[in-house]
Write a protein that binds this ligand. Structure first.
Ligand SMILES: Nc1nc2c(c(=O)[nH]1)N[C@H]1C(S)=C(S)[C@@H](COP(=O)(O)OP(=O)(O)OC[C@H]3O[C@@H](n4cnc5c(=O)[nH]c(N)nc54)[C@H](O)[C@@H]3O)O[C@H]1N2
Ligand SMILES: Nc1nc2c(c(=O)[nH]1)N[C@H]1C(S)=C(S)[C@@H](COP(=O)(O)OP(=O)(O)OC[C@H]3O[C@@H](n4cnc5c(=O)[nH]c(N)nc54)[C@H](O)[C@@H]3O)O[C@H]1N2
Ligand SMILES: [Mo]
Length: 847
């Protein structure tokens, strides 16, 4: 956090000054570790075992916050008799289909519901389309009423299922598997549990060290389970904080640039799953289920009305037929492989540099070199615009500039200080930016580019009578009269308005399913409440309460902490005076507190839904998790996750360690692209794993930014970190004859890259399963353009993805490291091929 979120980290240091204890768990000692009370070195890719150990500690010592767990989680709910655990099936859950490598999730449901599970093959389709990214309770619907055992004694209640599942994750296992000494591990368990309960809360902070794994989503699930067991969710000072990346990366999932989502986490329709408008709506709202997704039709119709205005009518399902349809995996990795295969001809690349930033750099570049045209909009002439003449494949002879057919159109982009708009940060807070200076020369904002592209397309299609052109012809496209569209008009459209009165909506609860309201992103409704740009508010902290509700605007409804009903006990009183946040004011008959209550304002804690209720009406006065299909925080996920209802330790896709816990080595449902140009290093216990004997991880330096486009172009940042390097421990340096500041090269089945050697005790060899495991570390900021250049770490990495969200496993892989520089020119290809041959990857099939 100190390295990549230094501005946010100042608050950790403020908290430390006031007595907070800071623990840092990381494979490598960083600037964060230097400021923490305790640093816990862990093997990269082993955190589920570590956190699973914490769950086991909590449950076997009964350290859970029992009142909270009973009231607000699904601990007491009874799981289907058909459910079988990884503990019974040697690393698989019940329902696994080896053919599709996906689960039928029916047996994971609550008791009595298993028949309402998914249709056959759905889990497989869900992986293709990364449906895990969609709204919380995605997957088979959850009924409002589930059998429960409030004594938590029933062997099939979630609490007991969880307890059995993690019983094997003992301190000894944590030590053997993660390399964390038992006393160190117990220190973490004791600190975490002692600092949770009525009077205290613990915050969990993670970022991409947790996500970029073939089990990334389950890493975070494990963290969430602990925070629920300890009563740390929805309470001040608690929670699971996802530190996000680029300045508005939260914004670009809310109003997504992702292939499978529409604004506000509405799913992009799938060609066979959502053939009709009704099927699409029902897939989101799950009739008979609890919670606010029940109003999905209002959100969806308002979105379509904002796209197509008067052309969206009840008769034409508000233009549903004009929305694109998913036919499978259209994620960025599938696309680049499709480019290699000649299936994609043209591509827009905006604010992204995959030639350096995405896994398998060589595949990225070869894919782009096989397009007819490519539009790149960036601040600088980045590697993804120059690969055809300067990329590493030119040196190896794989790309010949004179023959490369890709026509690259480079369009200079205005930077964030050269245009107005909002950024949405980690806390879901939108903050407005004014334009500070005009962009230089031909540089233009994204808004300008798309506005004029849209206008030109509409002009071109003006007389078309083809039905396929209706979607563009009917788009509402009015953003002011000047050449530069007005960003505030876009924000107003996002906020939404009443179509009759023209009044801006103040909350998504005002959205209607009958076409009388429009709104571009239901969760952002309220950002222009009362005709005021709420995101532009900058009232100083000293003039308001400590939650600072009048600084910027957070979705939903300006709530700063989600699910904050859980900060009060079931009766609606604060858990303690010290931790009071949102509570029920019985005299006034409403919820009140420091934050905007995340609950219906006047629904009392004693409210119980009438028989047969669904949607918002079905949410009980103590259902704090109002977006979940059962109103509860999920210790056990009966649906929605592709790889299992409870996190389980699997080894990374590339690992030198045979899974100590199960016969199943790696995540059985991970997304693989099994092709000769995307080989995976062999893992233990398979033969030849020793060809790539070391574990490597990649991450960030404070001085550079991601693929380097914005930092390697700047002389002063380049001077601070001038050269690509690899960190190794003194022991590994001795083993491989590496010298500090000398050259080394790193090899995988995909590539060999070179780097300067940094011998440092920031990395320590770990004892795993009785043997020494060496980890090495690299930044991934270098490429061929800019003031400072160097080989890209991503060339080493293959494409293996988490099945739920299709993120690449770029935090852990196996490799070899040797002293000296790598071969240059065509000799490089032969060198890597020889490694593949020794690893048994170059046999007859080429696989
Ligand atoms: N200066 C600077 N700031 C940035 C960025 C930048 O490039 N430069 N990038 C921005 C972006 S896009 C993002 S997404 C964020 C990322 O922010 P972070 O996630 O904080 O960044 P990383 O340095 O990639 O990874 C963090 C840590 O994860 C550790 N790690 C790797 N594997 C594991 C594992 O299996 N378990 C555990 N416990 N830890 C592991 C790494 O050793 C590393 O120290 O930063 C943002 N901020
Ligand atoms: N091995 C490894 N790979 C990783 C990661 C890792 O930890 N390890 N982290 C991953 C993560 S979290 C991320 S986010 C990606 C980042 O990977 P990319 O997004 O591919 O890389 P960036 O360098 O951030 O690219 C952003 C580009 O946008 C340009 N830019 C800035 N502002 C604007 C603007 O307003 N308009 C336009 N059009 N362009 C603009 C910048 O100049 C820059 O070139 O890398 C991923 N890859
Ligand atoms: Mo990121």
């Amino acid at each position: 956090m100190a390295e990549a979120h230094p501005v946010g980290f100042q608050w950790v240091i403020e908290a430390k000054k006031r007595g907070a204890k800071i623990i840092h768990v990381d494979p490598r000692f960083t600037r964060t570790s230097a400021l923490a009370h305790s640093f816990v070195p862990v093997r990269a890719g082993a955190d589920i075992a570590f956190l699973g150990g914490v769950v086991n500690y909590i449950l076997s010592n009964e350290k859970d916050f029992r009142e909270y767990v009973l009231a607000y989680t699904n601990a007491s709910m009874i799981v289907s008799e058909e459910f079988q655990d990884t503990e019974d099936l040697d690393g698989l859950f019940s329902g696994f289909d080896p053919e599709t490598r996906a689960y039928d999730q029916s047996s994971w449901q609550y008791a009595g519901q298993q028949d309402e599970g998914q249709e056959e093959g759905e889990s497989h389709v869900d992986r293709e389309t990364a449906s895990g990214l969609e709204q919380e309770s995605h997957g088979p619907p959850i009924p409002a009423d589930v059998p429960r055992d409030p004594t938590l004694q029933d062997p099939r209640c979630v609490y007991q299922v969880l307890k059995r599942h993690y019983a094997r994750y003992t301190p000894e296992v944590v030590e053997r598997l993660c390399g964390v000494p038992q006393d160190k591990f117990l220190e973490v368990c004791e600190a975490w549990t002692a600092n949770s309960g009525r009077e205290r809360t613990t915050a969990l902070v993670y970022s991409v060290g947790w996500t970029q794994h073939s089990v990334g989503v389950q890493y975070i699930r494990t963290g969430a389970i602990i925070q629920l067991l300890l009563g740390n969710m929805g309470r001040p000072g608690g929670g699971v904080m996802a530190l996000r990346g680029h300045a508005s990366i939260q914004g670009s999932t809310d109003i997504p640039t992702l292939f499978n989502l529409l604004p506000g986490y509405l799913p992009m329709p799938h060609v066979s799953q959502h053939e009709t408008f009704g099927q699409w709506i029902d897939a989101i709202r799950h009739p008979e289920q609890k919670g606010f997704w029940a109003n999905a039709k209002s959100y969806a119709v308002s979105l379509l009305k904002s796209y197509w205005g008067d052309a969206a009518t009840e008769e034409n399902d508000y233009g549903y037929g004009w929305l694109p349809r998913l036919t499978g995996d259209h994620g960025t990795y599938q696309q680049v492989l499709d480019m290699i295969d000649g299936k994609i001809k043209g591509y827009f690349l905006l604010g992204q540099n995959p030639a350096v930033g995405s896994a398998h750099g060589r595949a990225q570049r070869l894919g782009m070199a096989n397009l007819d045209w490519l539009v790149v909009r960036d601040l600088f002439m980045i590697e993804s615009a120059t690969f055809w003449k300067n990329g590493p494949e030119v040196e190896t002879g794989e790309i010949v500039p004179e023959q490369c057919k890709t026509e690259v159109f480079f369009m200079p982009a205005a930077s964030h200080v050269e245009k107005e708009g909002t950024f949405t940060q980690t806390q879901r807070m939108l903050q407005w930016r004014e334009k500070a200076v005009n962009p230089p020369g031909d540089a233009r904002s994204e808004l300008w580019f798309f506005y004029h592209l849209g206008r030109r397309l509409k002009a071109r299609l003006g007389d078309s009578d083809k039905s396929r052109d209706e979607a563009i012809k009917n788009l509402t496209w009015e953003y002011g009269s000047s050449d530069e569209p007005e960003a505030e008009l876009v924000l107003k459209e996002i906020n939404g308005y009443d179509l009759e009165s023209g009044k801006l909506l103040s909350s998504f609860t005002e959205m209607k399913p009958d076409g009388s309201t429009a709104g571009g992103c239901w969760i952002y409704t309220g950002v222009y409440k009362d005709g005021v740009n709420q995101a532009a508010r900058r009232k100083p902290g000293s003039e308001q309460n400590y939650v600072a509700p009048e600084w910027g605007w957070a979705w939903p409804a300006n709530r700063r902490t989600l699910y904050n009903r859980a900060s009060a006990d079931p009766e609606g009183n604060p858990w303690s005076e010290r931790k009071k946040y949102v509570w029920w004011d019985a005299a006034k008959g409403e919820w009140t507190g420091d934050d905007v209550p995340d609950f219906e304002k006047t629904k009392p804690p004693s409210y119980r839904p009438p028989e047969g209720a669904s949607g918002v009406e079905a949410i009980s006065g103590d259902d704090a998790f109002i977006m979940q299909g059962d109103g509860k925080g999920w210790l056990y996920a009966p649906s929605g996750l592709i790889d299992g209802p409870m996190p389980t330790h699997y080894e990374p896709a590339e690992s030198g360690v045979a899974n100590p816990l199960y016969g199943q080595q790696a995540n059985p449902t991970r997304k693989v692209y099994d092709r000769s140009d995307n080989l995976t290093n062999p893992s233990a216990p398979d033969r030849h794993a020793e060809v790539f004997p070391y574990v490597f991880s990649t991450s960030r330096l404070t001085e550079h930014h991601t693929a380097g486009g914005m930092s390697r172009q700047l002389p002063y940042l380049s001077e601070l970190q001038p050269e690509m390097f690899v960190e190794v421990s003194p022991a590994l340096a001795a083993e491989r004859g590496l010298t500090h500041l000398g050259w080394a090269h790193i090899v995988t089945a995909r590539a060999a890259i070179e780097a300067r050697v940094m011998v440092t005790d920031r990395l320590r060899p770990l004892r795993i399963e009785g043997r020494t495991v060496h980890q090495l570390w690299m930044p991934y900021h270098w490429g061929g353009e800019g003031v400072v250049t160097g080989d890209s770490a991503n060339d080493l990495i293959g494409i293996t993805l988490d099945p739920n969200v299709l993120i690449q496993e770029s935090k852990v892989g196996t490799c070899d490291i040797r002293a000296g520089r790598r071969p240059a020119g065509p000799g490089l290809l032969a060198y890597v091929k020889d490694y593949r041959r020794r690893a048994g990857l170059e046999d007859d099939s080429g696989k």
